[in-house]
Write a new protein. Structure first.
Length: 201
């Protein structure tokens, strides 16, 4: 049966290279995890056992989806010096589900796709430096609150590449904050109630 489709050595070598690329792609795809925060160990985002199932050895990566729900004994506190990543972040509960604490310096969270707060809260303490929340695709806040808990003039910055939707009343980033759109295409902004950062000028 194989003799009916003779092939030369060159295509065989090319096919072998393509197979290796395909195998690598399949390996990368299978590495993506869907993680739920359990907080069983400590407040460290990057402790593998704080997630169900356990994350990789350095915590969630930019291809891992993460979810927060009510009922965990403790929730993550993001501090200076850590690398904090995820792909899609869904927040359904937790008060606060995530705390940004810059007592030791600036803090950044990289969200590789979408930021989806639907409940619970997120606290921003920028007393010791700036906070940056990078959302590579869409922001869609349908519930919960995001609260500035310090009175400093340090910046809380949100960077969104595509669309920004906020239909919750609890977006409270304070006066020293900004929302930047960094994509090359069109962005849709939908806020209800209206947000002063998007007032017509």
């Amino acid at each position: 049966m194989h003799r009916a489709f003779p092939i030369s050595r060159s295509p065989i070598r090319l096919w072998g290279a393509a197979a290796l690329v395909l195998a690598a792609a399949c390996t990368d795809a299978s590495a993506q995890l869907t993680l739920t925060w359990n907080g069983s160990v400590d407040n460290n985002w990057n402790t593998p056992a704080n997630w169900t199932p356990a994350s990789g050895p350095s915590g969630p990566t930019t291809v891992d989806d993460v979810t927060f729900a009510a009922g965990s004994p403790r929730y993550p506190i993001l501090v200076n010096g850590g690398a904090y990543n995820c792909f899609i972040c869904t927040i359904n509960g937790g008060s606060p589900a995530i705390t940004f604490d810059t007592t030791g310096g600036a803090v950044t969270l990289n969200v590789g796709r979408n930021w989806l707060p639907a409940g619970g809260s997120v606290d921003f303490n920028a007393v010791g430096g700036s906070i940056t929340l990078i959302v590579v695709r869409d922001w869609n806040m349908t519930g919960g609150t995001m609260n500035r808990v310090d009175g400093s003039a340090n910046l809380v910055q949100v960077r969104v590449t595509r669309n920004f939707t906020n239909t919750a009343v609890g977006l409270n980033l304070g006066a020293s904050s900004e929302i930047l759109f960094e994509g090359t295409g069109n962005s849709t902004v939908n806020t209800a109630p209206p947000d002063r950062r998007f007032a017509a000028r």
